[in-house]
Design a binder for this molecule. Structure first.
Ligand code: FMN
Length: 336
């Protein structure tokens, strides 16, 4: 069934196809059709960073940037949904075209640049949704906020979403916002996570509940950058890490027509790079900081490998585009 839907959607450019798919999902939900979908095989619930997950397969950030489709996406069988990236102020993102489908390689290059309606409107969407499951909110900085002031943007979003999120993700690894990845480096990373950690302590007292926060890292970091990240995640007792965001590397797509397009590459060509980053982090963190594995999970075996290599949970984006919702079910079956 999905092969026919996919054939039709792939006739459009990726951004248009995305909007058609999301609107169709909403219509299908309106007519009660999503309740007809079979549920994934029941998994043993697992507790990670103090949160219970009904299954370990989540939706990665970026597909529902504005938290508009949480209810329908949840009905596809995900164990958790992550929305965003959201920034303090709305912003249009980069000019179009800004997303490219590498069909033969099963990859996507995107340079959206955090197009989003801003944290305040997205919060209204979250409040209007009926979803009661695990919700991650992924936050970032506005494109025109100088890197030296980036902490303020994260703190603004962190405070505003604290009471709504099951967990919050500090996205410092998107390649499409100038200088963003510098926040992973020695000069900025410690200040950023220590400031958020101290805000978390304050808010935990204020709301009388502890909301974990995770850091999402890039697959392109050097070993010394990763060593520093590991050291500081342990030092500040950070709740978790997501490995990884998209890559700037093009070594896996030498034949692609789109290989010269600027942006982050995801899907199958990212798989090994993301896996290696995850393995490196796991070796350093020794199980003390949970990992969510993401990047190139296109088959059930890829998800199983990520769990075997130290991830507690996994997320998908490109795999959902190329294989449809049955990938969620296959992953649940192989990783329960
Ligand atoms: C079109 C597109 C938009 C994305 N937008 C975001 C984003 O806003 N924030 C974020 O943290 N990651 C974003 N990502 C990265 C994904 O969350 C994920 O980390 C990456 O795509 C690797 O997973 P995959 O190979 O399963 O796609 C985006 C990915 C794609 C393909």
């Amino acid at each position: 069934m999905y092969s026919i839907i996919r054939f039709l959607l792939f006739l459009f450019n990726p951004e248009t196809a995305h909007h058609i798919a999301m609107k169709s999902l909403k219509v299908a939900d309106f007519f009660g059709l999503l309740t007809l979908l079979p549920s994934p095989k029941a998994s043993k619930p697992r507790i990670v960073f103090g949160v219970e997950f009904k299954n370990p397969v989540g939706l990665a950030a970026g597909l529902d940037k504005n938290a508009e489709y949480i209810d329908c996406l949840a009905k596809l069988g995900f164990g958790f949904i992550e929305v965003g990236t959201l920034t303090p102020r709305p912003q249009p993102g980069n000019p179009k075209p800004r997303s490219f489908r590498l069909t033969n390689e099963r990859g996507i290059i995107n340079r959206f640049g955090f197009n989003n309606i801003g944290i305040d409107k997205a919060i209204l969407n979250i409040q209007h949704s009926k979803y009661k499951g695990v919700l991650g909110i992924n936050i970032g900085k506005n494109f025109d906020t100088p890197i030296e002031e980036a902490i303020n943007d994260y703190i603004i979003c962190f405070k505003k979403t604290y009471d709504l999120a099951t967990y919050i993700v500090i996205n410092i690894s998107s390649p499409n916002t100038k200088d963003l990845r510098r926040l992973q480096g020695e000069d900025f990373f410690e200040n950023l996570i220590s400031a958020i950690k101290s805000e978390q302590n304050t808010l935990a007292k204020q709301y009388k509940k502890y909301v974990p926060f995770l850091v999402k890292v890039s697959p392109d970091g050097s070993k010394s950058e990763l060593d520093n990240i590991v050291r500081l995640l342990l030092k500040y007792n950070i709740d978790g890490v997501i490995a990884t965001n998209t890559t700037l590397a093009r070594d896996r797509v030498p034949q692609s027509y789109f290989k010269e397009e600027a942006g982050g590459l995801s899907g199958e060509p990212l798989r090994l790079r993301a896996l290696k980053t995850q393995q490196y982090l796991y070796k350093g963190l020794k199980g003390k900081v949970p990992i969510i594995g993401v990047g190139g999970i296109m088959e059930a075996a890829d998800g199983k490998e990520r769990i075997n290599q130290g991830a507690e949970l996994i997320q998908i984006y490109s795999g959902l585009i190329f294989k449809g919702y049955r990938l969620i079910h296959e992953l649940c079956e192989r990783t329960h």
